[in-house]
Every structure is written in structure tokens, then in C-alpha cells.
Design a protein around this ligand. Sequence first.
Ligand SMILES: C[S@@+](CC[C@H](N)C(=O)[O-])C[C@H]1O[C@@H](n2cnc3c(N)ncnc32)[C@H](O)[C@@H]1O
Length: 228
Amino acid sequence: MIENNSREADILHEAYRRGFCDFYGRDFIVTPDVLIPRPETEMMVDAVLNLAGKSFLPGVRPAPRVLPKNPRILDVGTGSGCIAISLALEFSEAIVVASDISKEALEVAKKNAEKLGAKIEFIKSDLLDDVSADFDVVVANLPYVDPEWDWVDGKALAQEPELALYSGDGGLKLIKKLINQVVRRKIPYLILEADPCQHERIVEYAGDKGYSLVKTRGFILIFQNKKD
Ligand SMILES: C[S@@+](CC[C@H](N)C(=O)[O-])C[C@H]1O[C@@H](n2cnc3c(N)ncnc32)[C@H](O)[C@@H]1O
């Protein structure tokens, strides 16, 4: 999510000007109410497909399936809906729910689901507070930018909603809160995006609560509940 030169600012500006951004091979509507989907986030979709025993790249052998045949997937902080919608379209057996605290972002996500023909339930919620169902896997690309990071190009990110970018406690406040909620619900798998410089702290925090790291790939961390 971190941009550090003006070319990146131009790319983000261009996506808002066009009103569309490519993600996982599809065009998503974007407005100033949502984050512009980033290429590194596509690996979240790959990660779920991998847990489902599905091939996500030509030449990559599918891993053994660890999710049920019709897994219940929750995308927390869905923004434009890019992760949830891609999952629903790539993985038709899955039951996909998407949530966000922003009513405006959810409106954009609903438009994208309609445009792309994805069946998704949308819920307005602060993390899991108003989400009652159980899930096999939670995916979340929550805000993780620490406002103190001096390598962040404020000009590039100024076009995007602050609510989608910044979090306190070194960028980890929301991620830690979500980990605690996922632990209480005993959700089997948790997939998070964060800057690689934050991964060690996240792995330690989740590990203390019984969630062990299965794998990291780029910005993505995959955890499994080992306790229950
Ligand atoms: C980094 S953006 C990710 C958007 C999209 N999932 C993507 O990957 O492009 C983070 C999203 O989390 C939402 N968000 C921020 N705080 C939240 C909270 N407490 N509960 C739920 N969603 C939240 C923001 O509105 C924003 O849409």
C-alpha cells in the first residue's frame, strides 16, 4: 500500500480520474470513498484459493484442500469490494460476506458486485462487532499505515480516504483488535495484509493467542488457529 514517488501518485490520480481500477483481471469502480486496489493485495485471493485446494497460477500445483467444500469467507474492510468480489467470482462454491465501517465504501462495493455479477452479503460493521455468523476464514486488508512513517509519500496517499489508510499503535491497532475478535470466535483461518516491516510483531501477537503462521507471501500473512 506504500507509495514513495510521484509516479505512484499519478497512477492513483489516474485511477480516480478514470473511475476504474483493475484487480485480479476485472475493472472495479473506484471513487474517493475507497482505496485504489493494489496489485500486492491480489495475493489475498490467491491465498484463499490455495487453502481451498484450487490452482491460482498456471504451473502452480494446488495445495491440499484445508477449507470445507463450501467455505464461509468474510472480507473485513472490503472498500471497493475487490477481494470479496474476486473470491466470489473465482470460487463459486464459497459463501462470501463483506463488511466495512464506511457506508460510502459499501455503496461502491455493492455497485461493483452488481456490475460484475457477484453474489455477496454486505454488512456495515466496526470490525466484527455487528457480524454474527461464523466463518471458516477471515481476510482483511485493514488500514496499517503508521502516520509516523517518514517514507510514506503523503501527496500520493492524500487522494485516498484516511479511514482506509491509517491506524494507531505503529499501524497495528485495528489488526490487533481484529486478531482478538477472531480468537474469541475461534475462526480457523485468518489472512491479513500488512507492510513486511510489521510482520514480525503481528506473528508474535497472533502467536501469543494461539494463531500460528502458516505462510507469508509478499505483504500477506496466513494464520491458522492451532488452539481449538
Ligand atoms: C486498506 S483499505 C482496503 C480496502 C480493500 N479491501 C482493498 O484491499 O483494496 C481498508 C478498509 O477498511 C475499512 N475500515 C477502516 N476501519 C474499519 C473498521 N474499524 N472496521 C471495518 N472496516 C474498517 C476502510 O473503510 C477501508 O475500506
